[in-house]
Design a protein around this ligand. Structure first.
Ligand code: ASP
Ligand code: MG
Length: 320
């Protein structure tokens, strides 16, 4: 019988040595960039009575805290709105747990436990957030290229600084692309991962998707004037690496948030603490989340996300 590599053996391998040093360069660069822009870093919550229920088919992990229903954080989107209302420009490296369906086990890009750089800006628009994300990615890739050539070489990774502005398409454009691949997607459905990979491969660079219909995005994204779409975007990596960022402008008016919660078939009682803060005045904010492991996977050119996360848990396979 063939002996399988232990996780410790993997960690000692030249591949892991390079990957985890690249990972450190990525988080260092992101912090340096955000500090220069005046963002304040906050320690992230780990459990909360309120966390994101809209997770593209994944479930939250419920826990009982002193007999009160809580969740391990699935996204700190609501906490970001509150912090940005008080501090203007904020970010956290936030631990997230999302119980992904087993069908995502071999996607190469889903982890049950991951770290998300969550940032939020008061008074910002969707365009401001998109420009900030572009700038931040350029700064991070440039800095990794400056500091980490030997590690990129060890992984045989050919990486260059992306050109900005990134291309933009709308959800409707993406559906037209889908028709080319004979993918049947009903208007209002989420874009399947296969399509995201296809269009990001074809685009030859980073690609924004905007103007999503309300029905396939979470209730907290602000509704557009047309009423049918939301002020929200996703960023796709080049080379078929898939989704990098989700984000957008947030709804901050308590009556509209409540209406959107009800439309989504959720119970406003679950969000009462957040709604109480909205009653006392949340500022309009915009922001996004970028998964760190996916960013490192792209930078390192790894096909398996499990190679870039220490002690990875992929859907359905829970290890140390
Ligand atoms: N809540 C989004 C997510 O976790 C990120 C964001 O909108 O900032 O995918
Ligand atoms: Mg997303």
């Amino acid at each position: 019988m063939e002996k399988t590599e232990t996780y410790l053996e993997y960690l000692k391998s030249p591949e892991a040595q390079a990957v985890f040093r690249l990972s450190q360069a990525v988080t260092d660069s992101l912090r340096e960039y955000l500090r220069t822009c005046g963002f304040v870093e906050f320690l992230p919550p780990v459990v909360s009575s309120v966390t994101d229920p809209g997770l593209r088919g994944a479930e939250r992990l419920p826990v009982s805290l002193y007999e009160t229903r809580a969740y391990v954080m699935s996204s700190m989107v609501f906490h970001k709105q509150v912090l940005a209302t008080a501090f203007s420009r904020i970010y956290s490296f936030s631990p997230n747990v999302r119980l992904e369906p087993a069908r995502n086990a071999d996607s190469g890009r889903h982890l049950v436990e991951f770290c998300q750089l969550d940032l939020e800006e008061a008074g910002a628009s969707l365009d401001d957030s998109m420009r900030l994300a572009e700038d931040m990615i350029v700064a991070t890739v440039s800095s990794v290229l400056d500091r980490c050539r030997p590690f990129l070489d060890a992984l045989d990774r050919d990486l260059s600084v992306p050109k900005v502005p990134f291309q933009r398409i709308t959800y409707d454009d993406a559906l037209r692309e889908a028709a080319k691949y004979d993918l049947e997607i009903r208007y209002g459905d989420e874009l399947p991962q296969t399509l995201e990979a296809q269009i990001s491969r074809e685009a030859g660079g980073f690609l924004w998707v905007t103007d999503y219909p309300k029905s396939c995005r979470s209730f907290y994204y602000r509704q557009s004037e047309d009423g049918g779409s939301v002020r929200s975007m996703d960023l796709l990596y080049p080379e078929g690496f898939g989704e990098a960022i989700s984000g957008g402008e947030r709804e901050y008016r308590p009556d509209v948030i409540t209406k959107r919660i009800l439309e989504a078939g959720l119970d406003p009682a679950e969000f009462r603490e957040f709604l109480a803060m909205a009653d006392t005045g949340l500022r309009p904010t915009s922001g996004f989340g970028i998964g760190i492991e996916r960013l490192v996977r792209y930078i390192a050119g790894e096909s398996e996300i499990a190679r870039v996360r220490p002690f990875p848990k992929t859907p359905g396979r829970i290890t140390m």
